[in-house]
Write a protein that binds this ligand. Structure first.
Ligand code: ADP
Length: 256
């Protein structure tokens, strides 16, 4: 509680009146704390790929100067690229959140084939040796939407499946169309999500507690995905069962 007051005196110097404000700053402090926590998590998330990128570039520099083995050069260029992709993805997420907050997430709609957009999105994903990515269904279907933003949704959902279901051998992307609505789903066979956590998944900054520090992330991917889908007039959701895996899905109107 913060108080501020002004006391008024009469001609005999007796206090006759006090005017003031009592401000409850608990909520203000909580929001401030949330911001500080977020900045600390975000900087940490950016620092990790940055450190790895710096190390790769230093090694590359040495290898090139000493005419080192070209196989190693290629290997470190791959590593540097993975770090750059991670940083680019994080920065794009942060920019997207500012745009959403400012009500400036503009859509640039074009017509494209679902399968082509999905395949292009999947090129940005680093799969671990464990995962097989399967694309099923009506991939030739034409959609009218903001291609790069929908691609971003696919990348977020598939990246999550890779990250949170490391033991799932298959990740299945499926495209179906019913009543002029396309439904795209991403299924994994990992640990799934507890029933009571599901209502919070699409909230800003939300991460399931048990996720802990084991996996990196800002808790923004699903929030941004939901905004993008809803701005298109679609819906997003998840069917998940603890221990059995998850199906994240979203719908879009096919035409406009
Ligand atoms: P981030 O991955 O940065 O934490 P997201 O918004 O993409 O943020 O995801 C929010 C949370 O939802 C994750 O932290 C994780 O706990 C949970 N989650 C998302 N996708 C999956 C999945 N396929 N399997 C299990 N948990 C998931």
């Amino acid at each position: 509680i913060r108080t501020q007051a002004k006391v008024y005196y009469d001609s005999d110097d007796r206090a006759v009146r006090m005017l003031g404000t009592v401000l409850d700053i608990t909520e203000f402090k909580r929001l401030q704390q949330q911001k500080d926590d977020f900045i600390s998590v975000a900087s940490h998330e950016l620092k990790t790929p940055m450190t790895s990128l710096k190390a790769s570039i230093q090694i590359l520099d040495k290898l090139i100067k000493t005419n080192g083995d070209t196989g190693k050069v290629a290997q470190f260029i791959d590593k540097a690229n993975i770090s750059l992709n991670k940083m680019q993805h994080l920065i794009e997420s942060l920019l997207n959140v500012s745009k959403i907050n400012a009500g400036q997430l503009a859509l640039n709609k074009t017509r494209f084939k679902a399968g082509e957009m999905i395949a292009e999105g999947c090129e940005h994903i680093t799969l671990s040796g464990n995962h097989d990515l399967i694309i099923n269904g009506d991939t030739g279907l034409e959609i009218y939407a903001d291609r790069s933003k929908i691609e971003q949704v696919i990348i977020n959902l598939v990246n999550n499946a890779v990250k949170y279901a490391p033991e799932s051998h298959r990740i299945i992307i499926d495209v179906t169309c019913r009543a002029k609505t396309v439904k795209i789903s991403v299924q994994d066979f990992g640990e799934g999500i507890a029933y009571d956590k599901i209502p919070h998944l699409f909230e800003r900054y939300y991460r399931v507690d048990s996720t802990g520090l084991q996996y990196s992330g800002l808790g923004l991917g699903l929030y941004i995905s939901a905004e993008i889908v809803e701005r298109h007039g679609g819906k997003i959701g998840v069917n998940s069962q603890a221990g059995k895996g998850s199906i994240f899905w979203f719908t879009l109107p096919v035409t406009e």
